[in-house]
Design a binder for this molecule. Structure first.
Ligand code: PLP
Length: 355
């Protein structure tokens, strides 16, 4: 029953976000949220912003927040565009830079929202399969000079990252199209392309406060790019909704960006727990892909993915799994606290005992 639906919406298969349970307390390792709270300054800044001025619209250009992003990333504030989560920024980028006639290239296994944007906006995608070890076949991206490129770096849900030198080769191989590098997880150990924004007029780097800054609930992301690209993103935004980032979010995100020491400490802790968990799972017989993100992508050679997923859920642990070719036996496990990872390893040891 899709009466009254437009043809565009009628034919859509939208993105499915990870479960956010309401009824039961789970160890939640399914949506790559940060297990540690945001910096204390964030809550103080939001409290301060939560006053009489809420009757006023927010700054549509997010000037103070852009200044904070510029400070933290080393680009100029005119090279920053802020949005309501990086998902919104990515959706604007797909609208601003790509046309149906020019295909967009991305890996076959990557953030599934890219494919949703392609369908919704009636664009053309070309996927390149990851290698069997989930590394990226760089040469194939260099050999496809036509069209735009979208790469999550580190990639999701696999966790592997390319270095900036390799990504620069991709950007240079596509001089006539935009290359979007989605750096949602970059702060957990990969190399950012932010320093190259001033060099390449076709490079757009997208980042978020959701993962490394512990602010998935606030919905703030941004793009870094040449002023010409930023102008196109503003054109999309101002054709849809000029006030995408609310007052509380602008204040909270700016405070998070200023809390550099706290941020570094949280990222270090998550990376340390990831490395420990990586070794433990490998010692238990799991195949564990190398990861520079705040999650691990794992599979057990003898226990199918659905059984592991169900067994963990019964033990109160949520992880993410996709019913897709090549990765149906894999689980993507977010890095939680040390205690949460102890519980995870204990549960997985039970589920794989004797296998
Ligand atoms: C989580 C995630 C995002 C979205 O982040 P928000 O800023 O919360 O919208 C973007 N890209 C990838 C690859 C992600 O995993």
């Amino acid at each position: 029953m899709k009466e009254f639906w437009s043809s565009r919406v009628r034919d859509m298969t939208p993105y499915t976000p990870g479960e956010q349970p309401r009824d039961r307390k789970f160890i939640k390792l399914n949506t790559n949220e940060n297990p540690y709270p945001p910096a204390p300054e964030v809550v103080a800044a939001i409290r301060e912003a939560a006053g009489e001025t809420l009757r006023l619209y927010p700054d549509p250009e997010c000037l103070a927040l852009r200044r904070a992003v510029a400070q933290a990333t080393g680009v100029g504030e005119s090279q920053v565009f802020c949005g309501n989560g990086s998902d919104e920024v990515l959706s604007f980028a797909f609208q601003a830079f790509f046309d149906k006639a020019v295909p967009i290239t991305f890996p076959d296994i990557t953030y599934s929202f890219y494919e949703v944007y392609v369908k919704y906006l009636d664009l053309t995608a070309r996927t390149i399969p990851l290698e069997t070890d989930f590394s990226l076949p760089l040469e194939r991206f260099l050999a496809e000079p036509r069209g735009g490129v979208v790469l999550a770096n580190p990639n999701a849900p696999t966790g592997q990252a390319l270095g900036a030198a390799d990504l620069r080769r991709v950007v240079e191989a596509h001089p006539d199209q935009v290359v979007v590098v989605d750096e949602a997880y970059v702060d957990f150990g990969a190399e950012s392309m932010a320093p190259w924004v001033g060099t390449y007029p076709n490079l757009l780097v997208v980042q978020t406060t959701s993962k490394s800054r512990s602010l998935a609930g606030l919905r703030v992301g941004w793009a870094l790019g040449d002023e010409n690209l930023i102008a196109a993103l503003r054109c999309v935004r101002d054709s849809i909704n000029s006030y995408t980032v609310d007052r509380l979010a602008q204040a909270g995100a700016a405070a998070a960006l200023a809390a550099g020491d706290y941020f570094a400490q949280v990222c270090r802790q998550v990376a340390e727990t990831r490395e420990k968990t990586w070794t433990r799972l490998r010692d238990m017989g799991f195949d564990v892909a190398p990861s520079k993100a705040n999650f691990l992508f794992v599979r057990h050679p003898a226990v199918p993915g659905p059984a592991l997923f169900r067994g963990l859920r019964e033990r109160g642990i949520l992880v993410r799994r996709w019913d897709l070719p090549r990765i149906g036996d894999h689980l993507r496990i977010s890095i939680g606290t040390e205690a949460e990872m102890d519980a995870l390893c204990q549960a997985l040891a039970e589920l794989t005992a004797g296998k």
